[in-house]
Design a protein around this ligand. Sequence first.
Ligand SMILES: O=C(O)CCC(=O)C(=O)O
Ligand SMILES: [Fe+2]
Length: 305
Amino acid sequence: MNSQYETGYTIRGKPVPSTSINRMEETNLSEDLSSKLERDGYLLLRNVYDADEVIEARKKVLWHLHKVGEVKDPYEAGIFSGESNRRYFYPNTQKLGEFWQKVSEVEALRRVINGEKISKVMNTIFAEKADHFSFAWLRAVVQGKASPVHLDHPYMNRGTDKLLTCWTPLSQIAEDEGTLYVMQQSHLWSDITDKFIGLDIDASPSRPGHIEEVPLDLVVRKKSVFLTSNFDPGDCLIFGMFVVHGSFDNNNKSGKIRLSCDTRFQPRSEPMDPRFSGVNPKAHKELGYGCLSSSLPLTETASLK
Ligand SMILES: O=C(O)CCC(=O)C(=O)O
Ligand SMILES: [Fe+2]
């Protein structure tokens, strides 16, 4: 019997078969977080943040997107208007970056992503005081868009390698809304690690930072599966620099924007990548927040890096 069926998940429009998908395992905060992270490469934690604070952060972000005409009324629903005045108000990369910095530094958002609750979790994982990049990767992903398959190491490896990504959904994110996936056991794939270790996308701009192999082929070649979940406000997903991950296409028919933010934590005693720390982080190519595809109007598509 062939138990393969279509799932509704797609990558670049191609359906992902059920045989290539599994659910992420949830981890309870009382478990041994660091050994589980080492074993699985990721931790899916529920109720880390205060859900009301997440909703408040979401509202503030959506309000800014509404002001530039990208979100329909009522803006709290987070439905893409299909239009944008962002470039009219912010006509170049610098201005777009300044706008995105303002949105990314909204206090209600920082209270969540840089707050006490997640910091405590990180202190536990590192078994010492944790610190976070000042830079944050806030993402607004509209229908038909997704993040390419990649690992984070080539994008942020000028400080410590004891760096963790923390992916925070800013609303419920259902199966059809472009959830994040990680490839099971990919943190142990030495061929992929060997290919990317030491690559610095700013120092070697001609080399792509993402993985060029088609994710559906890669997952089959490695006899792995895409691990994903639906997400609720309060959840977070933590993973290391060599975990292969990306997002499924946002296929939501009502035009709901997928809002999430990724942040980075590390032990305070370790050196921090200078591009992502301080008051006005220079980030990639010294573009500040203008280096992010999310700094572009939602009507525009960024090229892959
Ligand atoms: O949210 C996404 O689409 C990508 C997130 C990501 O790559 C990360 O958190 O490292
Ligand atoms: Fe990433």
